[in-house]
Design a protein around this ligand. Structure first.
Ligand code: TRP
Ligand code: ZN
Length: 481
């Protein structure tokens, strides 16, 4: 196999010279090829076991069936990937679920659970560097709901609701319900094929390709055709009123709202706000990065769940309660900042939340509200209150906030302040050019704090070391910049 693959890359004339000639260029099949295990983590210092090394996922097909009566999820995940080294074995992230079988390229593979969040897979034979391979994992179980200091002890992951389930994967919750290379550094296309009891719906990312009924159950097939980080996958299950439209700029839109709150004034205006924000932000930051838009409006900020948050699930944010317009601006802002351009390491998360908060300020400025500069000044004088068990606002170092403070208010507000202070320092024109260049150059990829700093210097033509040192790399309230 290895010889054949090498032969295919040889110039035609050489390949035509026949098998004898090939011996000069390629080693005998398998003879001195070394295969090594892929790393069990992708190299993110805050999450040593998130993501994995040795391969790159290109596509996930997530076939699941959910039973809201028992919370049981039964699934088959098919992953297409490319080896980035000669692999003797490799890991997927998968938290606690029962694995029933694993195959690689259609052949049964052995597997092991190392710890509770890794699935270690050994294919019957090694996988050559640069070869494409397919992994199929069949599994079932009740996904464990995560909660902890990262997200203020609120539940996240695959979370049962009164009428189904909601999915909020950031930062490490995707692998509670499907096996994955669960890190934004490895983006892939995603197809969701979700089966639910009759009368319920499943809302995913991207476009609804088709839906059908069989054996008294409904299945929904969704496809997202732009690369996506695993934490941005959604699979909201429940009762939904669905409406569709197309934005004036031509982006297909699908909105789903829980019927219990369908007459809530904010729920009623969410589709309209989404249309306007999608197109208008494209005017500011560059084309909308995806091929569909919309919203999922749930009714989960009620006892016993009390889910207060929204998540920027790709193409279609998930709101746990009806959002106001600035909430839509925040989550849709993330489609550029977070979804299209994603963090390289989780410590870069201020690039997501600082931008999304700044977009809220900018939206207000553009719509007769207060200027972003006034929002800056207000936050600078009176930073938002912080819970007693959290570090004080000005103590958080944006570029390295520690894992448990990834979503500290300072990430949002000091992040937005940093951007507004930069805008003020380098001027509106250069700042917007910086932002547009950032989203264009990093589209569908990853960006780090260091890369953002370098681009800011390149676009502005200024030395910004002192500025970034004060705003991003030092604790304390900035005084001079
Ligand atoms: N990114 C979310 C926001 O828009 C916050 C968030 C992070 C979140 N992790 C989450 C929300 C998990 C719900 C669940 O600010
Ligand atoms: Zn956000």
């Amino acid at each position: 196999m290895a010889t054949l693959r090498s032969a295919r890359r040889l110039p035609l004339a050489v390949a035509a010279a026949g098998a004898a000639a090939l011996g000069l260029f390629a080693p005998a099949a398998g003879a001195d090829v070394r295969y090594e295990p892929g790393a069990p983590g992708i190299g993110d210092p805050y999450f040593p076991y998130l993501g994995n090394g040795g391969y790159d996922v290109t596509h996930y097909h997530l076939k699941t069936a959910y039973d809201p009566g028992t919370d049981e999820l039964t699934g088959t995940t098919t992953i297409k990937a490319t080896a980035t080294q000669n692999l003797s074995r490799f890991n997927l992230d998968f938290y606690k679920m029962n694995v029933r079988s694993v195959s690689v390229n259609g052949r049964r593979a052995s597997y092991d659970r190392t710890g509770e969040r890794e699935l270690e897979i050994t294919p019957p034979k090694g996988l050559r560097k640069r070869s494409a391979f397919t992994v199929t994992v069949r599994y079932d179980g009740v996904p464990e709901v995560l909660s902890g200091p990262i997200i203020f002890d609120l539940p996240y992951g695959f979370v049962p609701t009164r009428d189904g389930a909601t999915v909020m994967g950031e930062p490490n919750g995707a692998s509670t319900w499907f096996p994955a290379n669960d890190h934004p550094r490895d983006k892939a296309l995603v197809t969701l094929e979700t089966t639910v009891p009759r009368g319920l719906k499943a809302i995913g990312n991207g476009r609804l390709v088709k839906q059908w009924t069989a054996h008294g159950k409904d299945t929904f097939l969704w496809r997202e055709d732009r690369p996506m980080a695993t934490y941005l996958v959604t699979n909201s299950i429940g009762r939904f009123n669905v409406s569709t439209t197309t934005t004036p700029k031509g982006v297909p839109q699908l909105d789903a709202v829980d019927p219990d709150i369908a007459s809530d004034p904010d729920a009623l205006s969410t589709p309209r706000h989404t249309t306007r924000v999608t197109d208008e932000l494209a005017g500011y930051f560059g084309d909308y990065p995806f091929t569909s838009t919309g919203s999922i409006v749930e009714n989960d900020n009620v006892p016993p769940l009390n889910l207060e948050y929204a998540l920027e699930t790709q193409t279609r944010p998930t709101y746990q309660s009806p959002p106001v317009e600035r909430g839509v601006a925040h989550e849709m802002g993330h489609q550029w900042f977070g979804d299209s351009v994603s963090v390289r390491d989780w410590k870069d998360v201020w690039l997501n939340e600082g931008f999304a908060k700044w977009v809220e300020w900018y939206w207000a400025e553009k719509h007769g509200g207060q200027s972003a500069q006034l929002s800056f000044e207000q936050s600078y004088e009176n930073p938002p209150p912080i819970q007693p068990d959290r570090p004080p606002f000005w103590d958080v170092v944006l570029a390295d906030p520690t894992r448990d403070q990834l979503f500290h208010r300072a990430i949002y507000f000091r992040g937005a302040m940093t951007l507004q202070a930069l805008r003020h320092k380098i001027g509106d024109g250069p700042f917007l050019r910086l932002v547009r260049t950032w989203v264009a150059e990093k589209r569908y990829g990853n960006g780090s704090t260091g890369e953002f700093e370098a681009l800011a210097e390149r676009i502005s033509g200024r030395d910004l070391d002192a500025f970034f040192k004060v705003w991003l790399h030092s604790p304390g309230k900035p005084a001079d910049w």
